[in-house]
Write a protein that binds this ligand. Sequence first.
Ligand SMILES: *[C@@H]1O[C@H](CO)[C@@H](O)[C@H](O)[C@H]1NC(C)=O
Ligand SMILES: *[C@@H]1O[C@H](CO)[C@@H](O)[C@H](O)[C@H]1NC(C)=O
Ligand SMILES: *[C@@H]1O[C@H](CO)[C@@H](O)[C@H](O)[C@H]1NC(C)=O
Ligand SMILES: *[C@@H]1O[C@H](CO)[C@@H](O)[C@H](O)[C@H]1NC(C)=O
Ligand SMILES: *[C@@H]1O[C@H](CO)[C@@H](O)[C@H](O)[C@H]1NC(C)=O
Ligand SMILES: *[C@@H]1O[C@H](CO)[C@@H](O)[C@H](O)[C@H]1NC(C)=O
Ligand SMILES: *[C@@H]1O[C@H](CO)[C@@H](O)[C@H](O)[C@H]1NC(C)=O
Length: 562
Amino acid sequence: MAAASCPALLAACLALHLATARGDGCSGFGNLFTEIVENSAHGSLVARLPPPGDAGGGAGLQLCLVGTDAAWFYLDGRSLRLNVSAGRALDREELESPVLMVALTCAEDGSSPVEFRIIVQVLNENDNRPHFQGATVLTHNVSELAPVHSVVFSAQAEDADGDTLMYVIDTASPDARFFRIDLPNSGRVVLARALDFESRRHLEVVVTAVEMNTRERFNASARVRVNVLDGDDQYPQFLPCTPRAPHSPPVCTSPVYTANITEGQLQGGPLSFSPGAVYAEDGDRGLRAAITYSLLAGQESSRFHIDNVTGAITLLRAVESSRQTPEICLSVMASQVNDPSKYAVARALVRVLAPNRHPPRFPRARYRAFVPAAPRRAALLLTFGGQVLALHAHDPDFPEGLNPQVRYTLSHGANQSQQLFQVMPNGLLVAQADQLRPGQSYHLQVLARDEESGETSNTTVELEVLWPGQAAPRDPSEPPPGRGVPAGAVAGGAGALLLLGAVLLLALLALRARRRRRRQQRTADRAALAIEKHPNVSLRWFQPVSGTPQKVRGGGRRVTLL
Ligand SMILES: *[C@@H]1O[C@H](CO)[C@@H](O)[C@H](O)[C@H]1NC(C)=O
Ligand SMILES: *[C@@H]1O[C@H](CO)[C@@H](O)[C@H](O)[C@H]1NC(C)=O
Ligand SMILES: *[C@@H]1O[C@H](CO)[C@@H](O)[C@H](O)[C@H]1NC(C)=O
Ligand SMILES: *[C@@H]1O[C@H](CO)[C@@H](O)[C@H](O)[C@H]1NC(C)=O
Ligand SMILES: *[C@@H]1O[C@H](CO)[C@@H](O)[C@H](O)[C@H]1NC(C)=O
Ligand SMILES: *[C@@H]1O[C@H](CO)[C@@H](O)[C@H](O)[C@H]1NC(C)=O
Ligand SMILES: *[C@@H]1O[C@H](CO)[C@@H](O)[C@H](O)[C@H]1NC(C)=O
């Protein structure tokens, strides 16, 4: 065997010393059509060449494989075999054409060669798995407003073997319940439930492509990350946002904004609100549509101006009287500029304060008080002459010095006990009489605080516990009765009786009776006032000094004091 010169490039030749009749050695060959499965091993038999035409003869034949595909084959005697050198498999998918063509030239000694065609079809084998194009993590953007049952994205895998693919959603993937595939061959993924940007901004699902028509049923998976895009489905929200309920969807209840103004004054610049400036934001955080502010028409809304862009509220005309207009309630509307039907309304409460030039003051730095020890739960503290002690801090900012914002408290101090004494909103002091011992003395410190300005004043009440039945002493600074000016004129300044001779005694008696009546009436009035202002104060705490049950009028309703 010797390699002879071959007429074409890429030719593999074989000299066969076959006994053939002269001139007929190549006549047994013809065009050949055959098949081979891809990935076949080196040396696999592709075709067996037919025996030469006329048997016998001794001349040699020279066979050559010619053509671009000739390198895939070699001749081994009368067999055409596959030539795959290491690292070069016969991969149908790699070939330009799945059909290999090679020419077989047959030359007999001395005669010109004859050419035959060998056509080899490479048969497919499922040697490729499907795969998704691009990265293994695919990203899709889907609007939260995408309707359920609509196609939100399409998953497309490829299979080099051309196998038919079917797509399924991996139900074990985190957000599989949001998606569905209706037509398994299409790869079109349909939305199975509504999206909500406000609660979920990213979803993840695994789509698998499976070969349908192969034995191996190879599959490939892709992780799909779905970015939920914000759609305009939220209304503006006033800040700070108070969630309607903890852990609920983010639904805000509007805050109530409050600000203070002073009567008769126009402060420059916008009002300063608490808990913060009037401000609203689009509930669609991903869109943040521009917001415009307005005041809804109301009784006093014309007094104010609101900046439609910033929400700053300015007072245009001062309020004349805080008594007539203690507060003004405004309704502020925030709406989207691009869609006025998306709006929110919040309340802004503007309190009108009285101008504060003076602090409240107790007229005296100390008061003397008495209370008889008695088997009663509660007794009012008395002062000289058995009158009910009523503390009153005077505030010259108000007519008659009566500042309705003044609150009285007992301060912890000295030896006073909170359980034993109590100060009523109207300045009356109440003691737990059954806890006191005759002869004891207490120093109580009473604090008056203007809740509007925060100013305080204090006074000391020196209390002496009397024996049961012991009368409170007279005021030493008051002249004793029966001398000089009639006592009645000093004590009450009411009607004056001119007394003469024997009438003096009768008048004195009448005066005493009147004083007692007035005392009772005052006690009753103040107790009634206390009940009216603080209905949660126990009625049992009010006991008139006389101890006799009586009826008093209290703010339109009758209450019985026991
Ligand atoms: C197979 O082909 C390679 C070139 O790809 C060649 O070098 C080798 O000689 C061939 N083998 C045979 C047995 O013809
Ligand atoms: C998704 O949206 C983002 C911006 O929100 C953009 O950068 C990205 O290119 C989008 N991706 C696709 C797949 O549309
Ligand atoms: C994908 O193939 C793997 C084995 O390669 C198999 O465990 C899995 O169940 C297949 N997945 C599907 C969806 O057919
Ligand atoms: C705000 O008010 C001005 C006029 O005061 C008007 O020109 C402007 O368009 C308003 N802006 C919005 C967002 O309503
Ligand atoms: C309370 O303190 C005053 C002095 O501050 C004292 O005179 C008085 O005895 C004390 N009273 C009691 C009940 O301790
Ligand atoms: C308004 O005044 C009240 C007291 O009257 C005070 O408690 C409150 O903090 C004031 N509010 C503002 C916003 O200044
Ligand atoms: C009571 O008022 C005086 C001044 O009048 C002041 O020095 C003192 O600190 C006040 N006491 C309290 C407890 O406020």
